[in-house]
Design a protein around this ligand. Sequence first.
Ligand code: MLT
Length: 312
Amino acid sequence: APLAAGPAAAQQFPGRTITMIVPFAAGGPTDTVARLVAEAMGRELGQTVVVENAGGAGGTIGAQRVANARPDGYTLLLHHIGMATAPTLYRRLAYDPVNGFETVGLVTEVPMTLVARKDFPANTLQEAVAVIRREKDKLNYANAGIGAASHLCGLLLMKSVDTAMTTVPFRGTAPAMQELLSGRVDLLCDQTTNTTEQIKAGEVKVFTVTTPERLAALPDVPTSTEGGLPDFQVSVWHGLYAPKGTPAAVTQRLSQALQVALRDPRLVSRFAELGTTPVAQERATPEAHRQFWMADIAKWKPIIQAAGQYAD
Ligand code: MLT
C-alpha cells in the first residue's frame, strides 16, 4: 500500500529481510505466536520476516537487543506482558524498558493453564492446592525467568494458596515443558499456545484454565472459579515493537501489515486450535498498543512492589 508521507527510505520500506526477535526459547509460546505473525506479515510486506530467539532473564535480553538496534524497522521485538512488568521488576537494565521502543500494535491475549507432570498426585485444582500446601518447597515450579508470564502466574498461584514452592527458571517455557514431560519438575503455569497439545495428548495433567470462561480449545478443563480459586486469573498479551526513533511511516506500514496478518485464515485457525484469538483490528495500532502497555505498567507496579521480589 502506498504511504501518504515520510522520507524516501520509509516509502520503500521494506527493501530487505526483517528480523523479529523473540526473547524466549524456540518452540515455546511466544515463538509460536511470532512465527505465525512473521510468516503472514512477510507475505503482506513482500519480504521475509525471520524469527530469531534471544532468550534469557525473563525476556530482557532479547528486549535489550531490539532497544539497541538501528531504528529502521528491520529489527522488531515480539514480546508479551513481560514488557509491562520488567520496568518495575528489574532495577538494573542496560536499556530503557519504557522509552526504548516504538509500539507497532497488540497481537493477542493468551489464556494460561496450570499443568503438572503426568504422575503428579492430584486430579483437580482443589487436590493440587492440597498437595502444594502439604509439600511446599519440596515441589519444583518451572518458569521462564523473572518477568515471564509463567513467573507472574506462579506468583499469583502461590499468593492464592499462600504457599511458596521452589522456583526453577529456564530460558523459556519450551525447555520448562520438556522438563515437565520428563518429570524432573512438578508444576508449570503456561500459555495455552504451549500446553494445549500436551494436554490433549494426555502427556501432562491439567488442573485449570486462568480465564473466567472455559475455552473452546479445551472444553473439559474447568475454570479457576469452578476449581475454587476465583482470583487465579491471568491472560498474556503480546505486542510488536520497533526500536525508539523508527520513522512513524515505517511503524505505520508495519502496523498495517500486522493488521492484515491477524486476519490471515491460517493464523486465525492455528490460534484457535491453541486456545487464543488475534486482537481486534483497532488494537493492532501503535496508539492502542502504547496506551494498553502504559496502563499495564501502572497496573503491575503496586502488585510487584507489594510482592517485593525484584531481579537484580
Ligand atoms: C516463552 O515464550 O517461553 C514464554 O512466553 C515464557 C513465559 O513468559 O512464561
